[in-house]
Unconditional design. Structure first.
Lengths: 112, 113
């Protein structure tokens, strides 16, 4: 069973569209994250949720809105997509008292 | 703030060569340190970790020692294989609710036979 799963794996869409990426973890973890990996492979934290509460909200355009319906899910909705949003987005999770994080396989978003 | 600096790549080696990827960090207190690996087209996998000073993490022939005096966590492997070709990330974090992993910029390793 996949521990942290993201869907879709690939997403190609036009500028101006709205899209969502879903993430689910079956590890019983309390904390979930979204990271953005750019074309140079740099990983930057976007959001962190602990027990469904937003903890970290880095300098991310407000077109990006995370939603955590329960502890096992953290979805990412993006409005009015721009070319610069093209990247690989990773979901991750961990127990709040443990430092080891588990990552999903990533969603490669291409905005054309 | 917290940060991680790792050596610029790419690193190109022949099979069975010795590998070192340097990593230094800046942090208050005592963070946990990690090496993650990303194989082509895949997500990140934890390679090894160390949670306190002088701890040595090891896995799949890779090793790294948490050196507080030099704020370093260098990755080493005695004999690399073609299958080790990947991007390697050094990272740090704390065991505190919601705290994120802070990553270095990644080092691409290419091993040829």
């Amino acid at each position: 069973d996949t521990a942290v799963s993201q869907t879709p794996k690939y997403l190609v869409t036009q500028m101006g569209n709205d899209k969502s990426i879903k993430c689910e973890q079956n590890l019983g973890h309390d904390t979930m994250y979204w990271y953005k990996q750019d074309s140079k492979k740099f990983l930057k934290i976007m959001f962190s949720y602990n027990n469904k509460e937003l903890i970290i909200n880095e300098t991310v355009p407000n077109r990006f809105s995370p939603k955590s319906p329960d502890k096992a899910h953290l979805n990412l909705h993006i409005n009015s997509l721009e070319l610069g949003d093209s990247a690989v987005y990773f979901c991750a999770s961990r127990r709040q008292d443990n430092t080891e994080a588990f990552f999903g396989q990533g969603t490669r978003l291409t905005v054309v | 703030g917290n940060s991680v600096t790792q050596m610029e790549g790419p690193v190109t080696l022949s099979e069975e060569a010795f590998l070192t990827i340097n990593c230094t960090y800046t942090a208050t207190g005592y963070p946990s340190l990690f090496w993650y690996v990303q194989y082509p087209g895949e997500g990140l996998q934890l390679l090894l970790k160390a949670t306190k000073a002088d701890d040595k993490g090891s896995n799949k022939g890779f090793e790294a020692t948490y050196r507080k005096e030099t704020t370093s966590f260098h990755l080493e492997k005695g004999s690399v294989q073609v299958s080790d070709s990947a991007v390697y990330f050094c990272a740090l974090t704390r065991a505190q609710a919601g705290t994120a992993l802070i990553f270095g910029k990644g080092t691409t390793l290419s091993v040829s036979s």
